[in-house]
Write a protein that binds this ligand. Structure first.
Ligand SMILES: CC(C)(COP(=O)(O)OP(=O)(O)OC[C@H]1O[C@@H](n2cnc3c(N)ncnc32)[C@H](O)[C@@H]1OP(=O)(O)O)[C@@H](O)C(=O)NCCC(=O)NCCS
Length: 253
């Protein structure tokens, strides 16, 4: 048996493995061992998956028997989720779960991921392999998008958040920079406060490019709230790093 990156042709077997675990209601866990996954989701995210396979002798690619899987999904600034961890009954208890996790974690450096989290009801297993429980509220809201697809959401959630070696996720703001965004959010993004007469908004240039900002045409004025945001030459907003934001603030209603 060996570990390798998953292939498109592995998807039906991965789905069967995961969904058979999801349907189980053992004594220790009455809601199923893991989240079910659809074929669509698996085909779309197949690059995230590593599989444990029994190679089919003398046969071509795509005929291996899948006995385990685990995925690492990049989700946010420096953050990835370890998910869909399963080892077939026939292969359990031989260190393949540990090996799958090790293989998946080895992808972090190349992806510049510095915090790996997971949501699990198998806390003891993951604690044994270097994960530590954290307060779920330290995870960015982005992670809840998957929770809302879970049949247990709000009614029977029994999952614990853990991160590898107890790493804390970076705190990053979702760029809500409309006129209604809080001054704190605007300051964190290095943007000037919105002036009610609309001068800044009307002045947004079609040329919002970094080159435009870098050619010296900005006025270097700083925000009245002490933020480091600046105007570019045509009155548009720039972040403190000299790049214009990749979005336009909503015009004042
Ligand atoms: C949990 C699971 C992935 C473990 O796979 P496995 O291949 O049997 O695990 P390993 O053999 O690599 O075990 C690694 C270590 O964890 C321990 N371990 C295994 N299952 C455990 C569990 N349920 N609780 C606590 N420790 C466990 C082993 O004793 C072993 O310890 P050791 O290295 O000190 O001897 C497997 O049982 C499974 O697929 N379960 C159903 C799906 C599931 O629950 N997935 C997790 C969803 S969040």
């Amino acid at each position: 048996m060996k570990l390798r990156k998953a292939r498109n042709s592995d998807v039906p077997q991965i789905r069967n493995l995961i969904n058979s675990m999801a349907l189980r209601t053992d004594d220790d866990y009455k809601h199923g061992h893991m989240l079910p996954r659809s074929l669509t989701e698996l085909y779309e995210h197949i690059r995230d998956y590593t599989v444990l396979v029994e190679e089919a002798e003398g046969q071509g690619q795509g005929r291996d028997r899948v006995l385990g899987c685990c995925a690492l999904e990049s989700q946010w600034d420096g953050l990835a989720e370890l998910k869909a961890m399963a080892v077939d009954d026939a292969a359990q208890g031989h260190g393949w779960g540990r090996a799958l996790i090790g293989k998946v974690l080895s992808e972090c450096e190349e992806l510049s991921i510095d915090c790996v989290y997971l949501l699990t009801n198998k806390m003891e297993f993951f604690a044994h392999l270097g994960f530590e429980p954290i307060d779920m509220r330290h995870l960015p809201q982005r992670v809840w998008s998957e929770c809302t697809n879970c049949p247990k959401f709000m009614v029977a959630c029994d999952e614990v958040a853990m991160t590898y070696q107890g790493q804390r996720p970076r705190q990053t703001f979702i760029p809500a920079v409309g006129n209604q965004a809080s001054p704190a959010a605007r300051a964190a993004l290095g943007l000037l406060p919105v002036i009610n007469n609309g001068d800044q908004l009307n002045g947004l240039s079609a040329d919002n490019s970094p080159q435009h900002a870098a050619n010296g045409s900005n006025s270097n004025s700083s925000g009245s709230n002490g933020s480091t945001g600046q105007h570019n030459g045509s009155g548009g907003l720039m972040n403190s790093d000299g790049y214009s934001p990749p979005f336009r603030p909503h015009p004042e209603e």
